[in-house]
Design a protein around this ligand. Structure first.
Ligand SMILES: Nc1nc2c(c(=O)[nH]1)N[C@H]1C(S)=C(S)[C@@H](COP(=O)(O)OP(=O)(O)OC[C@H]3O[C@@H](n4cnc5c(N)ncnc54)[C@H](O)[C@@H]3O)O[C@H]1N2
Ligand code: MOO
Length: 406
């Protein structure tokens, strides 16, 4: 009889897997989109380096606000350094992005003055240092701007460019080999020869799930339920990938050969086979030559949920990143019983309404773990812990936002 461990225990085991040291690579910053920063990014200068105007207007000395007229002695366009200095009852026309001229401390906007020949008359006062961006407003020299482990997005790329950093060191993404097993499953375009055959969706679902969450994917396609074919698949995949993910062949059927190959042929170290979760109770995770094997159940909903719960955290671990699964609190809008003593992951709809996330089950189909269509539209997974009680309408619950993983 298989020993089913708790979800909590299985995650503890997953977190304890020791990985070999990450490798890094240098990439041009825009090519690093979605990659993980390998080292802290520290500012090597102040931004701005000097007080800078934030508006178009006239640079003045604050104390001259009370003077009747100020003489315009020069123009100070952005990109140039003006020689003249602001002194008693003088001003310099200064533009957004120009350095504040020497002697000035305040910028009076164009809208606040009347220009009479080469003089301005101030019609509306401003406070001291108005519209002056102080030195280091944006960032100061030696400030840690982006921490290692951060996923690089548009804001990170913009900040790197402002630092004049063109190449950046990032963690090399893990390689995941993906395959579906099953004599009844056909790859796209394969000709159907009998009524029991279905299209394989798993290998493609998982390929894109892993790609959009930080892995390189080696697509191994569909393999029949045959010991030699499955053994060949693992031997090839283990040579090329850091993680090998398969679907099918891990429950108790006569043709569930994936588990036999992993245990008897590869003699891999099985970390666990069987977790008290729904869906996905037959999941098997093993180690072979420092590579990780994740054998998922064949049902499309089961394999997708388990790939999210177990493989995405492995990707985060490989990337040494500060990413985590997007689990948040939401309000449930109907009573919902706890049907088993397992940890249960149920597809639901999520909306953001009046400042809170709310979930319902409208349009969700009930049935087996084959129903992947429950993950369409704006889906989330309701998480009910092993020891949780029946849920009541209005309760706050944990949900995993699936659209954030797209
Ligand atoms: N007597 C028992 N039978 C089953 C048990 C059990 O405990 N006792 N567990 C059930 C549960 S739960 C699951 S989950 C499945 C897992 O079985 P396998 O991992 O061995 O998966 P398969 O039997 O190969 O396939 C299950 C199901 O999914 C379909 N499938 C398979 N591959 C794909 C694919 N690539 N794309 C789409 N659909 C796929 C396959 O046709 C089967 O219908 O075992 C239960 N049985
Ligand atoms: O474990 Mo199965 O994935 O519940 O249907």
């Amino acid at each position: 009889m298989r020993n089913f461990i708790s979800y909590k225990k299985s995650i503890e085991i997953l977190n304890n897997i020791q990985l070999t040291k990450q490798t890094t690579q240098k990439l041009f910053i825009t090519q690093a989109l979605g990659k993980i920063l390998a080292k802290d990014v520290i500012a090597n200068h102040n931004s701005p380096e000097f007080p800078t105007s934030a508006m178009d207007g006239y640079a003045i000395r604050y104390e001259d606000l009370k003077s009747e007229f100020l003489e315009i002695i020069a123009k100070n366009p952005a990109g140039y350094v003006v020689e003249s200095e602001v002194s008693l009852n003088k001003c310099i026309k200064t533009f957004t992005g120009s350095l504040m001229p020497k002697g000035s401390d305040t910028l009076i906007p164009i809208e606040n003055v009347e220009v009479i020949e080469n003089k301005i008359k101030i019609k509306k006062d401003v406070p001291f240092a108005f519209a002056v961006r102080e030195m280091g407003e944006n960032y100061k020299k030696d400030e840690v701007l982006i921490k290692k482990g951060t996923k690089i997005g548009f804001a990170e790329i913009g900040v790197l460019a402002s630092l004049n950093i063109s190449m950046i060191e990032v963690v090399v993404n893990p390689i995941i080999a993906v395959a579906s097993t099953g004599s009844e499953v056909l790859d796209l375009g394969e000709i159907q020869t009998n009524d029991s055959q279905i299209r394989s969706s798993n290998h493609l679902t998982l390929e894109v799930l892993f790609k959009s969450n930080g892995a390189e994917v080696l697509q191994m396609g569909v393999v029949k339920d045959d010991i030699d074919s499955i053994a060949n698949l693992f031997e090839t995949a283990l040579q090329k990938a850091d993680i090998v993910v398969t679907t099918g062949g891990v429950s108790v059927g006569d043709y569930d050969f994936v588990q036999d190959v992993i245990k008897d042929k590869l003699k891999a170290e099985v970390l666990f086979h069987g977790v008290s979760i729904k869906p996905g109770m037959h999941i098997l995770i093993a180690l072979k030559d420092k590579k990780i094997i994740v054998a998922l159940p064949g049902f499309a909903y089961s394999s997708t949920v388990c790939a999210i719960l177990y493989v995405l955290p492995l990707i985060y671990k490989f990337r040494n990143s500060n990413e985590s699964l997007p689990i948040i609190k939401a309000k449930i809008t109907q009573d919902f019983p706890k049907k088993t003593d397992k940890t249960v992951f149920t597809a639901c709809n999520v909306k953001y309404l009046n400042g809170e996330y709310v979930i319902d089950f409208e349009g969700k189909k009930e049935g087996t773990s084959a129903i992947l269509t429950n993950m369409l539209e704006s889906p989330a997974l309701l998480i009910q812990d092993e020891d949780s009680k029946d849920l009541k309408s209005g309760d706050l619950v944990d949900i995993l936002l699936l659209n954030q993983l797209k």
